[in-house]
Design a protein. Structure first.
Length: 405
C-alpha cells in the first residue's frame, strides 16, 4: 500500500513518473569521463526534492559513489553552525560508504578509528588545516572546525569545507555527488564578513573540485536561480547544465490521484481523477491536496473551491504563503496585489495598457511595479501580455477580485 504525506518528498519507492529526468541525472552523475555539474530547476512543490531523494537512493547503491544531500534552506543559520552541519553531512556520507553500513553506531571502534585516520591523512595531504575530526564518547566521528572566536575567517572555512570533498575522494578513490537543495538560500550568508561574494567563492570551489566531485544544485525560486545561472555577469554563468522539472502529464497525474484515493481505500471511476487533473493540473502537491479533501459522491469542483477559499483550506493557506513569500521579496507595496488580481481576471493575460487602464495607474509608473513583479515567480510574460503563471494562484486571485467588486 502506498504511503503519502502531503507536502513532503515522495519516498524512493513511491515516486511516480520522472523516469526520464532520473535517467538523465543518473547517467551524468555516474560518468567518469565527463564531470558534470547540474542545476535542477522547478517551481515549488513540483517534485524536485522527490527526484533528488530518489537519485540519492540510486547512487547509494553504486560501489564507488557517495551522494551527499544537503538542504541549504533547512540548515541555514549563522556560519559556524551551518558549516559544521555541512561538514558533518559530508563525513556521514563518507563514513557510511567506507563502513558499508547505514547505521554508524553498529560500526566497531576499530573501524571508526581507521576511518578517522583516513580522514586526517586526506586533510593533511591537501594542507587543510582548519578542518579536523574527532571521535565522541559514543563512537561517532564529528567535525572539528577551527573558528577564530575573535574574528572567524569564514572565507577560508567555506573553501576548506568544500575542499574536504576533493581530499576524501582522492583518499578513498570514490566520487562525491553533492546535492545542494534550495541553493539560492546561500544568499543569506552574504551578510557575514568574508561571504559577501559567496557565488564567486562557490565558482572557485566548482573550478577546483577535481575529477571526482560533481555538484547538483536545486531550488524553487526559479527567477532567482535563472539570474544566478544565466546572467553573463554571474560568477556561475556556464558552469551548470540545467534540467527543468515540469508538471506531470495527464497519465501520471491520474495515476497519482488514483493511488492517493486507493491509500484512503476509495475506488473511483476514471472520470474523477480526470476532473482533478483539469482543475489543478499536474502539480503533485495540488493533486494530493485535492485527493485528501475529496469525499465520494461530492462534486470535486466544490471540493476544489472549498480548499481554495475556506479559512482552513489547504490550497488557500498555501497560496497565501506563496503570495506573502514572493511579494515580500519585491518592491511595490500593496498595489502589487491589486495588479495581480487584475491580471488574474484574464486567462490569456493583459497588456501594459490594459492593466494601466484597469487599475488607473499611468503606464510611466506601472512599468516600475511590473518590472518588480517580474522578479518574483508569480507572473510570466507571453509575447506582450502578462499572465499569472500558476493556475491555482490565478483562480485564487480571480475569486478575490470578484469578491472585491
Amino acid at each position: 500500500m502506498a504511503k503519502f504525506k502531503i507536502g513532503s518528498p515522495a519516498s524512493p519507492k513511491e515516486l511516480i513518473d520522472r523516469k526520464e529526468e532520473l535517467a538523465d541525472l543518473l547517467t551524468k552523475m555516474k560518468s567518469r569521463s565527463i564531470n558534470y555539474n547540474v542545476a535542477v530547476i522547478g517551481y515549488r512543490r513540483i517534485g524536485k526534492t522527490s527526484i533528488l531523494v530518489k537519485l540519492q537512493d540510486l547512487l547509494e547503491k553504486e560501489e564507488k559513489l557517495i551522494p551527499i544531500y544537503f538542504d541549504v534552506q533547512k540548515n541555514m543559520t549563522e556560519p559556524k553552525i551551518f558549516f559544521t552541519r555541512l561538514q558533518k553531512t559530508i563525513f556521514d556520507g563518507y563514513i557510511q560508504k567506507l563502513s558499508g553500513t547505514q547505521k554508524a553506531k553498529t560500526v566497531t571502534t576499530k573501524i571508526m578509528g581507521e576511518v578517522l585516520s583516513k580522514l586526517l591523512d586526506a586533510f593533511k595531504s591537501k594542507k587543510i588545516t582548519s578542518i579536523s575530526a574527532q571521535i565522541t564518547a559514543e563512537g561517532a566521528i564529528i567535525p572539528k572546525i577551527d573558528f577564530d572566536e575573535k574574528k572567524p575567517d569564514y572565507n577560508n572555512i567555506f573553501y576548506s569545507v568544500f575542499r574536504t570533498l576533493k581530499a576524501l575522494s582522492e583518499e578513498g578513490n570514490v566520487k562525491f555527488v553533492v546535492i545542494l537543495d534550495e541553493f539560492q538560500d546561500f544568499t543569506n550568508l552574504t551578510r557575514y564578513e568574508g561571504l559577501k561574494d559567496i557565488f564567486n567563492l562557490f565558482r572557485a570551489v566548482v573550478q577546483e573540485r577535481g575529477d571526482n566531485v560533481s555538484y547538483i544544485i536545486s531550488g524553487s525560486r526559479v527567477h532567482m536561480l535563472n539570474k544566478i545561472l544565466d546572467s553573463g555577469k554571474s560568477p556561475l554563468f556556464t558552469h551548470f547544465e540545467k534540467i527543468i522539472i515540469h508538471e506531470m502529464n495527464k497519465k501520471f497525474s491520474i495515476e497519482l490521484f488514483t493511488k492517493y484515493l486507493s491509500a484512503k481505500k476509495i475506488k473511483v471511476e476514471e472520470s474523477i481523477p480526470e476532473k482533478a487533473f483539469e482543475l489543478v493540473g499536474g502539480n503533485p502537491f495540488y493533486l494530493m491536496a485535492l485527493a485528501e479533501a475529496w469525499k465520494p459522491k461530492e462534486d470535486i469542483k466544490e471540493t476544489y473551491h472549498e480548499i481554495l477559499t475556506s479559512p482552513l483550506g489547504s490550497l488557500k493557506n498555501y497560496v497565501d504563503y506563496i503570495l506573502s513569500e514572493d511579494l515580500g521579496n519585491v518592491k511595490g507595496g500593496v498595489i502589487l496585489k491589486t495588479i495581480l488580481r487584475t491580471v488574474a481576471t484574464s486567462k490569456e493575460g493583459l497588456t501594459y495598457s490594459e492593466i494601466s487602464h484597469a487599475i488607473g495607474v499611468p503606464m510611466t509608473k506601472l512599468s516600475f511595479y511590473m518590472s518588480n513583479l517580474q522578479n518574483s515567480d508569480l507572473t510570466e510574460q507571453v509575447e506582450k501580455k502578462f499572465k499569472i503563471r500558476d493556475k491555482i494562484v490565478r483562480d485564487y486571485l480571480k475569486i478575490e477580485a470578484k469578491e472585491l467588486e
